[in-house]
Design a protein around this ligand. Structure first.
Ligand SMILES: Nc1ncnc2c1ncn2[C@@H]1O[C@H](COP(=O)(O)OP(=O)(O)OP(=O)(O)O)[C@@H](O)[C@H]1O
Ligand SMILES: [Mg+2]
Length: 273
């Protein structure tokens, strides 16, 4: 086989505890099946990359992991997603609480446009009832902004509109907003695809730190990025009916150096996708 395109991370976390487990997850848009029977475990404090060609269902799968998929018109899910052992699709589980515990960052930065930088970060803690006390909110915001590597750039203008920030800053603000409610899992859908190389680098550095406290799942089309930041990689592909599933899942170093499936190899060596 051809040499891997990039040097891959060769370490995996020592502690192997499953934070989130997708079990036989399928998802539909109306009558169209988009992803079929996905089984994946996400290890606590690890970063897992989801890769695959456009349209293979990466975003759909990610949105099933925190029950956002069901908010699309006519969308339906089957299977289980266990968060610390409890199925988030059980009838007595509140989806709002689930989405607090499993945060999400989207491809395009989407700060709340009418709010200030500070209000964006404190909105989650206020609406989920964590606290309404201004001092505590300020502390939570500072902690989240520091974690998102944005605090130093905004500390003197916290009351400025969120939209006065650059795109890369807005994306870090969205990461801070997701972190402020102290999630256990952070889902990131191509978080750097709209950003310049420097902002991308900042977010990649930040992800390394985030894994110390969170379990991270990131969708990326950037093979180098998957290799640089992730411990595990899942490769997804659509079949002839454009139904996506996982072809291969392994520690990232293995996927990039010894893929078991020829389709994974074709993808990482740039033969398709
Ligand atoms: N809201 C929707 N309504 C109907 N079909 C949809 C909807 N969103 C996605 N799909 C379909 O589901 C399939 C999977 O789409 P999805 O967005 O999950 O792919 P993806 O792997 O994230 O692609 P990309 O890399 O381009 O972001 C595609 O066939 C797409 O057309
Ligand atoms: Mg997508």
């Amino acid at each position: 086989m051809q040499p891997a395109v990039v040097a891959a991370k060769d370490t995996v976390p020592d502690l192997v505890e499953i934070a989130l487990s997708a079990q036989a997850v399928s998802a539909w848009y109306g009558s169209k099946l988009a992803i079929r029977d996905i089984n994946l475990d996400f290890i606590r404090n690890s970063i897992t990359a989801l890769m695959g060609p456009s349209g293979c269902g990466k975003t759909t799968f990610l949105r099933c992991l925190n029950r956002i998929h069901e908010s699309a018109l006519d969308a339906r899910t089957a299977g289980k997603v266990l968060l610390a052992g409890t199925n988030i699709y059980d009838a007595d589980v509140n989806p709002v609480v689930t989405r607090r515990r499993i945060g999400m960052v989207f491809q395009r930065p989407n700060p709340f446009p009418t709010m200030s930088i500070l209000e964006n970060v404190t909105s989650g803690p206020r609406y989920t009832g964590m606290t309404n006390e201004p001092r505590e909110l300020a502390d939570l915001a500072e902690e989240a902004l520091r974690r998102a590597a944005l605090f130093d750039e905004v500390k003197d203008k916290l009351r400025d509109p969120a939209l006065s920030l650059s795109g890369g800053q807005q994306q870090r603000l969205c990461i801070a907003r997701a972190l402020a409610v102290k999630p256990e899992v952070l889902l990131m859908d191509e978080p750097t695809s709209a950003l310049d190389p420097l902002s991308t680098l900042k977010i990649e550095e930040l992800m390394e730190h985030l894994a110390a406290d969170f379990t991270v799942v990131i969708v990326t089309h950037n093979l180098q990025q998957a290799a640089r930041v992730s411990h595990f990689t899942a490769f997804m592909l659509g079949d002839a009916d454009r139904v996506g599933s996982v072809v291969e899942f392994a520690p990232t170093g293995e996927i990039f150096t010894h893929p078991k499936d020829s389709r994974t190899e074709d993808y990482i060596t740039g033969r398709f996708g």
